[in-house]
Write a protein that binds this ligand. Sequence first.
Ligand code: NAP
Length: 237
Amino acid sequence: MLPDREGAARQYAVCERFDDLGKDDPDRTYRLGIMGGTFDPVHIGHLACAEQARDELGMDAIIFIPAGVPVYKKDQKVTPAADRLEMCRLAVASNPAFDVSSIEVDREGDTYTVDTLRQLRAHYPDNVELFFITGADAVMSIMKWRDSAQIAHLAKLVAVTRPGYAPPEEMKRVLRERTGFQVSFLEVTGLDVSSSDLRRRVADGRSIRYLTKEVVFRYIEEHGLYRNDEEGERAWS
Ligand code: NAP
């Protein structure tokens, strides 16, 4: 388990703000949005997406869960999990409806969504519904994910698209009709920003100010992340 910002051991199982979600009123159904992603780095598109899901789909809380070791990115450089986690923490701190969980970062080995959802399902009471929110590109490959049939039982999916990049109707139909997944598609205004674009901009010495939260922008600068120089190389190790 990673130490928290003050260095003390954490006292919570999933996250600081929402460990007790569902307990206030056992007769009410609570909706918990889980933002799954690599978040390398988190940006305003992710935040707009979480907020839009909260607002339009009536979520009670949204938890950002950065992947520890993303399985499909083993051939790519991915920023250390501790940095991605901290940037998410900084990004969501000011929104009382959002929090961050380190459960995927704390878990040993490759990150599989099914393990995360099993862990959350075991923690939260039955009156908490789980919604796994992620990019539509990622959702389109979900049938190939580990234990995908189990995922369909554990959570509903929210597939987020950028304006003008709607997934093909055929894919949507297959996903809905043949797999048992319950999927909502959410077109998010402002999701034109992408993590890869932010990384490229920093490497090219261009500004990313206002494309992510100021605190995240400062963290990236202070820690030399994504730079295409000696400082950037040190940040990987
Ligand atoms: P990705 O391929 O890096 O992302 C695909 C697209 O979705 C990118 O355009 C990305 O934009 C966007 N995106 C990612 N997370 C998003 C979010 N929460 N909200 C809105 N857009 C988002 O996907 P990834 O980050 O590796 O994986 C996404 C999630 O699926 C993670 O939780 C991962 O663990 C899970 N996953 C699980 C398995 C498995 O269990 N076998 C396999 C693959 C993925 P940005 O680059 O700007 O974020």
